[in-house]
Design a protein around this ligand. Structure first.
Ligand SMILES: Cc1cc2nc3c(=O)[nH]c(=O)nc-3n(C[C@H](O)[C@H](O)[C@H](O)COP(=O)(O)OP(=O)(O)OC[C@H]3O[C@@H](n4cnc5c(N)ncnc54)[C@H](O)[C@@H]3O)c2cc1C
Length: 291
């Protein structure tokens, strides 16, 4: 591994200034679950690591009465899994986190690092997408808040600038009569990264029609994506086996998986089709129970 400078800012402004000074040759360092691997493999050789772990403003999970659930970038997977506040508002997080990696990675890996790495084989992005989450980003020149979809540009490539820090994720409150379900398919072992991850959020409106529908797919394209055609097919409709099948088939068409050790392209499209249907059925059951 090449030598690098090690820096320890205590504020976000200080961290951004340090990153700027190295003009793209420095990286924020959070839990190191991803960085330690790519640096050891020589895939990334930054001149400096800016350890952001001592920045208090990036810690913790809290509820803002207007904005919803605020998840600090340094929140670890394990903290999100076991957080009482998160579980009360969004039980789906505990459900998702239980299957993320293994306890060692969950104890060190952060939510900010999970999103900022732009890794395609992950679980949380698609869940956040169905919840209409936004991410807050701070740089030396400006701060911005963007829908989470706009964070992901390509394989391992995000819209974060060289001097920017992802500070927190904002998850707005869900409307009443909403159900969310995440289903992950892993092809080899329980600690493996997901092969396909599907999240569906449904909100029931008048006459039991689906007033809001979100379908997000992970691991089956260079970035996590919203299956917008599937959403259109379901929106405003009453739930039926036929309409579900149409939406599931559309989602399988909308993604662009590649064949690899986890399965062929055709296999993954088949999994998407089955899982979208199952996730939608489960999300609807949850929404009905809340009525
Ligand atoms: C064995 C293994 C199994 C895994 N399995 C899963 C899985 O099943 N599901 C899943 O979702 N994920 C999985 N992951 C991914 C894991 O969740 C992430 O690697 C981890 O969360 C990254 O967080 P970190 O804090 O360690 O990031 P780091 O390694 O510190 O950083 C990751 C990247 O993000 C940047 N970064 C970190 N924080 C910020 C920030 N706040 N602002 C801007 N940039 C930042 C860093 O510069 C770096 O480029 C797995 C990882 C491993 C190693």
């Amino acid at each position: 591994m090449r030598d690098f400078e090690y820096l320890e800012p205590t504020t976000v402004a200080e961290a951004c200034a340090m990153l700027k000074r190295y003009g793209g040759e420095a990286r924020p360092y959070a839990g190191g679950a991803y960085l330690s691997i790519v640096m050891r493999q020589g895939l990334l050789q930054p001149k400096a690591l800016v350890n952001i772990k001592k920045i208090d403003a990036l810690q913790g999970i809290r509820v803002d009465p207007k904005e919803g659930l605020i998840i600090g970038a340094l929140t670890t997977h394990r903290e999100l899994e076991t957080s009482k506040i998160a579980r009360e508002k969004f039980p789906v997080f505990a459900h998702v986190e239980r299957d993320v990696a293994n306890i060692r990675v969950r104890n060190v890996g952060t939510i900010g690092g999970n999103l900022a790495s732009g890794e395609p084989l992950t679980d949380l992005a698609q869940v956040f997408m169905t919840l209409d989450a936004r991410v807050a980003i701070v740089g030396t020149a400006k701060s911005r808040t963007i829908p989470i979809e706009e964070l992901f540009l390509d394989f391992y490539h995000t819209s974060l600038g060289d001097d920017e820090i992802l500070t927190h994720v904002i998850v707005p409150p869900l409307p009443p009569r909403s159900g969310v379900e995440y289903i992950r398919f892993s092809s080899s072992s329980v600690v493996d990264k997901p092969c396909v991850g599907v999240c569906v959020r449904l909100t029931l409106g008048n006459n039991e029609a689906l007033s809001t529908v979100r379908v997000a797919l992970g691991c089956v394209a260079p970035t996590p994506l919203r299956a917008r055609r599937a959403e259109e097919i379901l929106s405003g409709k009453r739930f039926s086996a036929e309409i579900m099948e149409q939406a599931a088939a559309a989602a399988a068409e909308e993604c662009s998986p590649t064949s690899d050790l986890r399965g062929s392209e055709r296999f993954k499209r088949g999994i998407v089709r089955v899982m979208v249907r199952r996730a939608a059925e489960a999300a609807r059951e949850r929404a009905v129970k809340l009525t």
